[in-house]
Design a binder for this molecule. Structure first.
Ligand code: PMT
Length: 396
């Protein structure tokens, strides 16, 4: 229920993506929001208002002269108690109207008369999107403080391919959730590692661990929601990249080391969430190692570089945060890692709570002691961690 208590006015304009707005309303309601739908006349050609009435549980308004509004002030009344006005889909024509302050129907009038933030999710043919007139309008709207969500790139209803698709309903919901998070890391650059590494023994075998990447991806999402520019270096995982996060896929600890060391000095914060293999085979066999009678091969291991320690030892290091997963003696081992790696903050978790799970229990260790974060979904814990990091950055 990420949008519990939020009041959203959803404006729907004319475009084939209007059908996606039905799913959007369903998801917004599921997340606890109240949704008031307003449609343009063109939108009602694509999907009937009754669909949104049924999904939102509220009457849908389309007409400025709607006799149901006793004072005939729908354009004022509808947005007055809203936390946000979201227009999805926003057609090229409607964006042009907004950019020029036109108000010739209920939705454009209430948009002009709003006293709440405005988010728009453009949806149109790629040529319409790329047209300099549309791009000028988008620049104007950005300059006016309007948040532009998307558009995405891909197959279009007209058969063409390119930018102009409306974001999927889940992506718009994620953007709204992010919109409501405090912007504690605005303007900051955050670099993270996540997931396991895979140290090849031969072309098909290797040394790895059970990290799913969920914790690291949650921290990446929370940092981005907090307004940071986020780069996520991740080992082999099957997680979806949080919107707006730059993802760099690597396989081995050496690749992760190279990707991080290239970038670390340019960042304000480095967070090592990855379960990096401490050792790798000295060399990977070129061909599959064949079973040879009953004897087992021995594999010589060598130490991998410690990425976190190396970042912390840079001449001007970013604020470094480590993670420690332990099966026992969590406090003792985590604090020891914090001191050895010379980092201000380490996040301890128990292996049995954390690997692969959707939730976790964390303890933050810093020079002042420990702060337990009780069991919660990983994203919620990640947001609390981000708040702690923001405080450390302020006091740095
Ligand atoms: O991915 P999930 O399934 O969600 O699980 C999350 C997690 C359990 C992997 C995560 O919460 C976690 O605890 N990650 C750290 C695991 C660990 O114990 O790492 P470590 O003790 O090997 O290393 C301590 C710190 O040094 C970590 O920040 C690690 O990223 C870093 N390190 C370690 C070795 C190395 N060669 N380079 C490093 O940077």
């Amino acid at each position: 229920m990420e949008l519990m208590g939020k009041r959203i006015v959803l404006g729907i304009t004319g475009g084939i993506a209007a059908y996606k707005a039905a799913e959007l309303v369903r998801l917004l309601i599921k997340q606890g929001a109240t949704v008031q739908v307003t449609m343009t006349e063109a939108a009602t050609r694509f999907i009937a208002p009754v669909t949104f009435q049924a999904l939102s549980g509220k009457p849908v308004f389309c007409d400025q002269w709607d006799p149901r509004v006793a004072n005939n002030m729908a354009h004022i009344d509808l947005s007055r108690d809203a936390d946000v006005l979201l227009i999805a889909p926003a057609s090229a024509d409607f964006l042009a109207k907004l950019a020029h302050g036109l108000a010739d129907d209920l939705l454009s009038t209430l948009t002009l008369a709003r006293n709440c933030p405005l988010l728009v999710a453009p949806a149109m043919n790629l040529q319409m999107w790329e047209n300099p007139a549309t791009q000028r309008n988008i620049d104007t709207l950005r300059g006016d403080g309007v948040a532009i969500l998307g558009p995405a790139c891909g197959d279009q209803a007209c058969g063409e391919q390119g930018p102009g698709r409306m974001l999927e309903a889940e992506e718009i919901v994620a953007e709204l959730v992010a919109f409501f998070q405090p912007k504690l890391l605005n303007g900051k650059k955050v670099l993270l590692t996540a997931g396991p590494t895979f140290e090849a023994i031969d072309p098909v075998r290797g040394i790895t661990n059970l990290s799913s990447g969920k914790m690291g991806f949650a921290v990446a999402r929370a940092a981005r929601e907090a307004g940071a520019q986020v780069t996520l270096v991740c080992g082999p995982v099957s997680q979806n990249t949080p919107r707006g996060v730059t993802r760099i896929d690597v396989t081995s600890a050496l690749e992760m080391h190279a990707a991080v060391m290239q970038r670390a000095a340019l960042h304000d914060v480095f967070i090592g969430v990855a379960a990096v293999a401490d050792y790798r085979p000295r060399s990977a066999a070129e061909h599959k190692i064949k079973k040879d009678g009953n004897s087992a091969p021995s594999i010589e291991l060598v130490l991998n570089p410690d990425i976190l320690s190396e970042v912390a030892a840079l001449p001007v290091p970013p604020l470094c945060v480590g993670f420690a997963a332990e099966s026992h003696n969590l406090a003792e081992y985590a604090e020891k890692k914090r001191v050895t790696k010379k980092i201000p903050l380490i996040v301890g978790n128990l292996i049995q709570d954390s690997f692969g799970a959707d939730g976790n229990t964390l303890i933050l260790f810093d020079e002042n002691g420990q702060l337990p974060l009780p069991p919660a979904p990983k994203l919620e814990l990640a947001r609390q961690l981000v708040a702690r990091i923001a405080t450390l950055l302020e006091n740095r």
